[in-house]
Design a protein around this ligand. Structure first.
Ligand SMILES: Nc1nc2c(ncn2[C@@H]2O[C@H](COP(=O)(O)OP(=O)(O)OP(=O)(O)O)[C@@H](O)[C@H]2O)c(=O)[nH]1
Length: 348
């Protein structure tokens, strides 16, 4: 048997900058042939589309595999293992496999899958890299109001979790071999120091932390960590594993997503401003997709993380492609889907 293929798991909360970092990685990975497995929460394959569009020679469209049947951590047996098996059967095997988890995935069950007999003999986890949105940490996005959580729990004893966002954030940090503090352009030096302290306080383990903007980290740092993370899972248990040692499966009931389709947009600036208001009013966590702008041959890509919105024309609509504005919306379960949907639909 030839050497095991290294696989890097890239995780991090919704909108932290995982896809941006991978896109950058593909452009500076030298001659390494990379296979990408992309998993996204929500029924609109935005990340796959963005990565396929980057045209990197060392990672062709065939080498980008999208897993769309829910979070990768829940579909390990049905989706991830068969995908890996097929990938490993290919005549031309990749030099390195990169896996982008959804922003809501627990990395632990995914890493555990590398101990399955058929996989373990052929692949090893080079390392788990957790991308952090430093600006979101600085804004207190992951530091919940513990008094409010306790009050909710005392009213409803069935609530076995702390805040779901905070818990997930910690689980993703706990599994990390390398933490990338991304979006440093959005905060100052003192703020970054506080973010470092806060992130360090969220995990017992002390993985290396590096800083980045726009996910610009040299491939030599991201690939080749050589950890073999699948052999060190006992030190990285998620909250769920610690609370349910009987093996009760976890779920993502606390989060929801839906796709909104609407008509052509005439005034992009006003659309974006009104979208910001809707996001803030309903505490939408993440919104992304493509916009059909009146009179423009190009497609507008729109990315919102909280109420920060980036948008740019990414490519021309292809001949025969259906032009449409389609946005995936992700939020906590209690988000009022009907209200968000009708508010967005009214913008066209
Ligand atoms: N200002 C700033 N924006 C960034 C940086 N990195 C990424 N972004 C933006 O943040 C948004 C989300 O980035 P993505 O790379 O799609 O994030 P992700 O983690 O893949 O998101 P999900 O897959 O939805 O969880 C995009 O609009 C990016 O352009 C950064 O360092 N600074």
């Amino acid at each position: 048997m030839s050497q095991k293929i290294p696989a890097t798991v890239i995780t991090g909360f919704l909108g932290a900058g995982k896809t941006t970092m991978i896109r950058n990685l593909l452009t500076n990975a030298g001659g390494k042939r990379i296979a990408l497995i992309i998993n996204e929460f929500g029924d609109l394959g935005v990340d796959g589309d963005v990565l396929k569009g980057c045209g990197a020679e060392n990672c062709s469209e065939d080498d980008i595999i999208e897993l769309t049947n829910g979070c990768i951590c829940c579909t390990v047996a049905d989706d991830f293992i068969p995908t890996m098996t097929k990938l490993l059967e290919r005549e031309q095997r990749p030099d390195h496999i990169v896996i982008e988890t959804s922003g809501l995935a627990l990395p632990q069950p995914l890493v555990a899958a590398f101990n399955w007999p058929d996989i373990r003999t052929q692949v090893t986890v080079d390392g788990v890299i957790t991308v952090v949105d430093s600006a979101a940490v600085a804004a207190g996005r992951f530091a919940d109001d513990h008094d409010a959580v306790e009050a909710a729990r005392s009213e409803d004893e069935s609530l076995d979790h702390e805040s779901p966002i905070e818990e997930l954030f910690e689980d993703q940090l706990t599994c990390a071999d390398l933490i990338v503090l991304n979006k440093t352009d959005l905060i100052d030096v003192a703020g970054l120091g506080r973010v470092r302290d806060e992130v360090a306080s969220r995990t017992q383990r002390k993985p290396v932390m590096i800083e980045a903007r726009n996910g610009e980290v040299p491939a030599g740092i991201l690939l080749g960590l050589g950890i073999g993370t699948e052999n060190d899972l006992a030190n990285r248990k998620s909250h769920h594993e610690l609370e349910h040692e009987d093996g009760t499966p976890h779920d993502h009931d606390e989060f929801d997503s839906f796709v909104v389709e609407l008509g052509r947009i005439v005034d992009v600036a006003s659309f974006v401003e009104r979208l910001k208001t809707i996001i803030a009013a309903h505490d939408v966590l993440r919104l992304k997709g493509f916009v059909d702008v009146s009179g423009k041959p190009m497609r507008l890509q729109l990315q919102a993380v909280g109420s920060r919105i980036d948008h740019y024309f990414d490519r021309a609509w292809a001949t025969g492609e259906r032009r449409a504005t389609r946005l995936v919306v992700i939020g906590l379960h209690e988000m009022d889907e009907d209200a968000v949907r009708s508010a967005i639909e009214a913008l066209a």
